[in-house]
Ligand binder design. Sequence first.
Ligand code: SAM
Length: 331
Amino acid sequence: MKLVDNFNRIHDYIRISLIDKCDLKCIYCNPTNSFAHFDSNNAILSYEELYQLIKILVRDLEVKKVRFTGGEPLIRKDILKFFRIIASLKHKYDFEIGITTNGTQLIEKLESLYQFGVDRLNISLDTLSKSKCIVITGKDYFDQTLASIHKAMSIGFKSVKVNAVIMKNINDDELNSFVDYFKDYPITLRFIEYMPFTGNQWDDSKFMSWEEMKTEIDSKYLLAAIRSDGKVSKDYFVKGTNLKIGFISSISNHFCDSCNRLRITASGRMKNCLFSSASNVSLKKYLSDKSISDENIAEIIKNSLQKKWFKHPSVDELVQLKQNNMMSIGG
Ligand code: SAM
């Protein structure tokens, strides 16, 4: 049974937050780290509950891709044990595993993650300047993150991407520096529009649209559009290099009509859209109740998806939303 919503969108891509805490305080996400305990009323899903949930998703609901995010997924205790367990599911069912990480704790885990079948890594790095990185993230992990990116590229993952949230007067002057730096590497750069979330003090004057970003890169490089099925990212080859770049235009040009994503928060709440403010169904209570069968849980997930809206609200409405912070949702 496929996960299909009321608008005929097939949901075969699930993003699961493994933890609602982070070791960084990025200015655009978690500036005060005040949301570290946002979800503390509900304990996070245990590894056993996550295993059961992922089994239901990939076995019964035909999910093809699971991405783990957070908070910072790799700060969770015994995280490698978790990926070892998930590897056993991967041997039975055909699905891809991705991780989105800030790279601070990644380097020593890379080989194990690769052995456990992780296919795709997205590593966040918003600047190539160590001093600016400290200003953006509130911590000094620049060297570890950059070293992780280099090691990840050498190991053989199916895909390694660098995610950079671009903000005016913060790092918009570095778009071409990113291309210069990575142009000889087998990597994808993803430039992300700055989005409003509760607590990130979103400010229109710092917003840069994907078209403005592209114009800046066009001034130095020749870009060739890559046709892709989904519209989540607007992808280009940088001609004469090995580099692919993608722009994530969630704000200026939403891609809701082709959305195939469903999110599950660290505490097990279903989040039909990154921006849906109300918490949808809480799966933890069903997963921890042995009298409820996997078939029932699959049905609950399917029913909850029927409440998904066709498109997310306008940016003016998004800035008003309460209780919609990246830390608990999982970006
Ligand atoms: N800690 C991990 C990391 O840093 O990649 C995973 C969680 S983080 C919330 C996931 C992604 O969301 C990161 O690529 C981050 O840059 C992005 N993100 C966070 N806040 C954002 C915002 N306000 N606008 C756009 N992207 C944002």
